[in-house]
Design a binder for this molecule. Structure first.
Ligand SMILES: Cc1cc2nc3c(=O)[nH]c(=O)nc-3n(C[C@H](O)[C@H](O)[C@H](O)COP(=O)(O)OP(=O)(O)OC[C@H]3O[C@@H](n4cnc5c(N)ncnc54)[C@H](O)[C@@H]3O)c2cc1C
Length: 372
């Protein structure tokens, strides 16, 4: 089937990788986004996400700009004191590819946008979808700048606060977890062993970033709607680090100074009930299934959604069949990620043992090692 011309709303990981994959199948796309740049810190891509990067033809570029690891993102697990966490190691894929890669998010965005443009995608920034109306042959879209267009199909890849989802599934709303993510980039090598440090109630991730930098991520409770300013954010991060006596978190706490920026992001989650599509419009990525970072897999799921949707659109003889086949391949898999991530957060909130949490993480990553 030729899907003709596709509108992709959102130029994040899901939207840009879909544009690359569609272009490789000879399907043209236009990508729009409210913003013309990506903010954020580091991202760790693990399990089958690495296969997707290879399938999209960008793994070499990502490896050059990032850090390639021979073990999973969760290969280095420690207790808060720095002793190894006694849980089974996460499984490995048998592809011969690296087990995981870590990269600064704006670099990943640049690579994916360049690859999408090379595959023929056209980008427009600074606008969104105002409304759409579909009939049996296409979708008429009105944009927020007043312009209009007609497309064969529309894909909402516009993240956890998706406008397309609001128009398509008005009752599906993300839920706040009561926790904000705290992320910090230090312009120095990790001062000690990188990895995941676990206590009963908290986790601190420390990762090396290309260029001699360090990424630090954790979470802290915060009331819904409360605006955390930088002074408070640094205080929250210092408090968390003070409960991790291992050498690396302790050294990081000492290095966190008042001129450093800590990114604050409310953890919200949603799993839109299947099917995510209505007629010629569907959702992918965080717009359909967002969750906390406890499994470091949301970005991987967004990448997988993109290549699977492009495959199905290229192979099926109707859009309806392509969307149905896509749902069949995606729903149970992303549910593993959403459910386990939310459960891991609840286990932290309940103060359960790091061993039990490690076992759940290994169970989920074992399921994700199956091909997408
Ligand atoms: C703190 C934190 C750490 C994480 N760490 C990891 C990790 O290590 N590994 C991992 O795999 N995943 C991680 N994730 C999850 C990962 O970031 C997301 O799953 C991933 O970014 C989803 O990609 P997306 O393209 O679907 O959405 P997004 O990345 O949110 O992109 C959506 C895009 O849509 C645009 N947009 C939004 N609204 C509109 C609109 N109305 N109109 C047009 N455009 C719009 C936005 O500007 C954005 O460019 C983490 C998440 C958090 C919160």
């Amino acid at each position: 089937m030729s899907a003709g011309h596709v509108l992709i709303v959102g130029a994040g990981i899901a939207g840009t990788s879909l544009a690359v994959a569609l272009g490789h199948h000879g399907i043209s796309s236009e990508v729009i986004d409210l913003d013309d740049h990506t903010v954020g810190a580091h991202i760790g891509l693990t399990n089958r996400a690495v296969d997707v990067l290879a399938e999209l033809g960008v793994l070499d570029a990502v490896a050059d700009a990032g850090t390639v690891m021979s073990d999973s993102v969760f290969g280095r697990m420690f207790l808060a004191t720095g002793e190894p966490l006694p849980v089974p190691p996460p499984p490995r894929t048998d592809t011969g590819l690296p087990a995981s890669v870590g990269i600064y998010r704006p670099e990943l965005a640049r690579i994916l946008v360049d690859a999408a443009k090379a595959a023929g995608a056209v980008f427009r920034f600074g606008l969104s979808v105002e409304s759409f109306h579909q009939d049996s042959a296409g979708v008429d879209v009105t944009f927020t700048d007043g312009s209009t267009g007609r497309y064969d199909l529309v894909v909402g890849a516009d993240g956890v606060r998706s406008k397309v989802r609001e128009l398509l599934h008005p009752k599906a709303r993300p839920r706040y977890t009561g926790v904000v993510a705290l992320r910090w980039m230090l312009d120095e090598e990790p001062p000690g062993q990188p990895g995941f440090y676990n206590s009963k109630t908290e986790m601190v991730a420390i990762a090396p970033v290309k260029g001699g930098r360090t990424y630090v991520a954790t979470g802290a409770p915060s009331p819904e709607g409360h605006r955390v300013d930088q002074r408070e954010a640094r205080g929250m991060l210092r408090d968390v680090l003070s409960r991790f006596p291992a050498p690396a978190p302790t050294a990081l706490r000492e290095k966190l100074s008042d001129d450093h920026t800590v990114l604050v992001h409310p953890y919200e989650w949603i799993l839109v009930p299947e099917p995510w599509y209505r007629g010629r419009v569907t959702l992918i990525g965080d717009a359909a299934h967002a969750t906390t970072a406890h499994l470091s897999s949301g970005g991987g799921m967004a990448l997988e959604d993109a290549v699977v949707l492009a495959q199905e659109l290229a192979e099926a003889d109707t859009i309806e069949r392509a969307f149905a086949a896509f749902m069949k391949r995606r729903f149970a898999r992303v549910k593993v990620v959403v459910d386990a991530s939310v459960r891991l957060l609840e286990m932290h909130q309940a103060g359960e043992s790091p061993m039990a949490m490690g076992a759940l993480r290994t169970q989920a990553t074992t399921a994700l090692i199956n091909p997408y």
